[in-house]
Design a protein around this ligand. Structure first.
Ligand code: PGA
Length: 242
């Protein structure tokens, strides 16, 4: 695991975007694994800026996302499909059929998980996967206790995750109770991984990721088995690692 500590959220976003832009230039048909949440917003803004400057194109890129809430249709304001369109897809030249996100309203969620795994395989796997980290150490919606060998599956969200995400919903009880998430093994198959963390709320998860060995208690620690992971953290999140 390579650790990069930068000053603040903007510097984290700048460093992440710089690396993604570099990969996109080297491989225009890159398969990008994307994440939602507050963490990657600044990174996506910089990718949109780079596209507008003519520096990068998404015309041959394919994307998949980590997860989606069960029960939210792709056009629901809090769905991750909508988030991705608003933050990135609608502002760049990514073809309409070039992105995929688990369908949280699929009638048969097990079949949807299998479809998603098959699609990632058809794409030839993920070249570069972007990750945030939950305050409880989750990646995607792989909550503590998830086996490292898990594939795309349906999860019951923990109280802490539903609480952390309540800020996006009108009422706390509107936060869905379940999600579909890529599994830890699915994530670990990405050829390269970039994990971002910013702010004091991530301090404890980052402290544990830095100091502890791999254990399902801390899902992000599965990344310690991966040969090519870069963690970009700001000083507030990194307060306990130096
Ligand atoms: P956040 O979420 O970027 O909104 O902090 C990260 C996560 O839960 O993985």
């Amino acid at each position: 695991m390579e650790w990069i500590v930068v000053r603040d959220y903007d510097a984290m976003s700048e460093e992440a975007a710089r690396r993604i832009i570099e990969r996109m230039k080297a491989q225009p048909d890159l398969v990008l694994g994307l994440a939602t949440g507050s963490t990657p917003v600044g990174t996506y803004r910089r990718l949109v800026d780079a596209f507008r400057r003519g520096e990068i194109s998404f015309a041959r890129v394919r994307t998949v996302n980590l997860d989606e809430y069960v029960g939210l249709a792709p056009d629901h304001p809090q769905s991750y499909a909508r988030f991705m369109r608003e933050q990135l897809f609608d502002h760049v030249d990514l073809p309409a059929d070039a992105w995929d996100i688990p369908r949280g309203t699929a009638a048969d969620l097990e079949a949807e998980c299998a479809r998603y795994e098959a699609h990632i395989r058809e794409l030839g796997g993920i070249d570069l996967q972007l990750l945030g980290i939950g305050t409880n150490g989750h990646i995607g919606f792989n909550e503590p206790g998830t086996p490292f060998e898990s594939r795309t599956h349906v999860v019951a969200l923990t109280a802490s995750t539903r609480e952390a995400n309540a800020r996006f919903f009108e009422r706390p009880e509107d936060v869905p109770t379940h999600a579909v998430t890529m599994g830890l093994e699915t994530i670990l198959e990405a050829r390269e991984i970039l994990l971002l963390a910013s702010g004091p709320s991530k301090r404890e998860a980052i402290r544990r990721l830095y100091h502890e060995g791999p254990s399902p208690d801390l899902p992000a620690s599965a990344l310690k088995h991966h040969p090519r992971v870069t963690v970009i953290v700001d000083e507030a999140a990194a307060a306990d690692i130096r």
